[in-house]
Design a protein around this ligand. Structure first.
Ligand SMILES: Nc1nc2c(ncn2[C@@H]2O[C@H](COP(=O)(O)OP(=O)(O)OP(=O)(O)O)[C@@H](O)[C@H]2O)c(=O)[nH]1
Ligand SMILES: [Mg+2]
Length: 209
């Protein structure tokens, strides 16, 4: 899928203030610093579209971007604040949980939630718990392993396999997953093609698939 343009629209703390739910929407979530904002920039081929930082906790709100791809198809990308940042107070954590739970459960055009997992680590409880929660909420999702450029190929394979094996313990079917690097562009075409397929299904069916 060819990206023609991508632009920042708006940031909100409340899903009800988000742009009209009339286009397919893809949101990115995962641990703080896992590479959500960088991945959005890599997919759109625009370096400074979403704000990135080497310090965790950069993204604080629900950030909407509008993307135009081939044949003038419009859709949304959403950059979300991360979880698991140790230096966050209990009250900010509650606020985050409320904001995120409302957004991902109530946003009716949310077509796929991409859960980002750092490919450098062995399976982490916090990621597995978050994904298992999505099952209870019946939210469609896929897993994206990030920062593959930082690994030797064997390490990526080992960590991805271990994570998928953990998922098999709770999920009958393994969810779709992708290995990416925002540095090298690895995985870009596969993720964009996946979005393209979901965009087509969204148009055919009208609303969430
Ligand atoms: N080498 C490498 N570095 C990456 C990659 N993706 C992100 N980074 C770096 O990791 C750091 C965090 O990236 P962000 O994209 O800001 O992460 P985030 O998940 O949006 O973080 P928060 O908004 O704080 O939750 C930055 O220093 C990025 O340059 C990648 O694929 N490869
Ligand atoms: Mg971010």
């Amino acid at each position: 899928m060819e990206i023609i343009d991508a632009k920042y629209l708006i940031s909100n703390a409340n899903y009800e203030q988000c742009p009209p739910a009339d286009k397919p929407e893809y949101a990115f979530i995962g641990r703080s610093n896992v590479g959500k904002s960088s991945l959005i920039n890599m997919l759109c081929n625009k370096k400074a579209l979403a704000k990135t930082s080497s310090a965790p906790g950069k993204t604080q709100l629900i950030n909407h971007f509008e993307v135009i791809s081939g044949a003038r198809q419009k859709w949304y990308l959403v950059d979300l604040p991360g979880y698991g940042y140790a230096k966050v107070s209990q009250s900010s954590r509650r606020r985050w949980e409320q904001m995120i739970e409302n957004y991902i459960r109530k946003r009716e055009n949310l077509t796929c939630l991409f859960v980002l997992v750092d490919s450098r680590h062995e399976p982490q409880k916090i990621d597995l718990a978050f994904i298992n929660q999505l099952g209870n909420w019946e939210v469609p999702f896929a897993v994206i392993f990030t920062k593959a450029d930082k690994n030797k190929p064997g390490a990526t394979r080992r960590n991805v396999t271990a994570f998928v094996n953990q998922l098999k313990e709770t999920w009958e079917e393994v969810p779709p997953f992708f290995v990416t690097s925002s540095e090298t562009g690895e995985g870009r075409e596969l993720v964009l093609d996946y979005i393209d397929d979901l965009n087509k299904a969204f148009i055919n069916r009208g609303i969430r698939i």
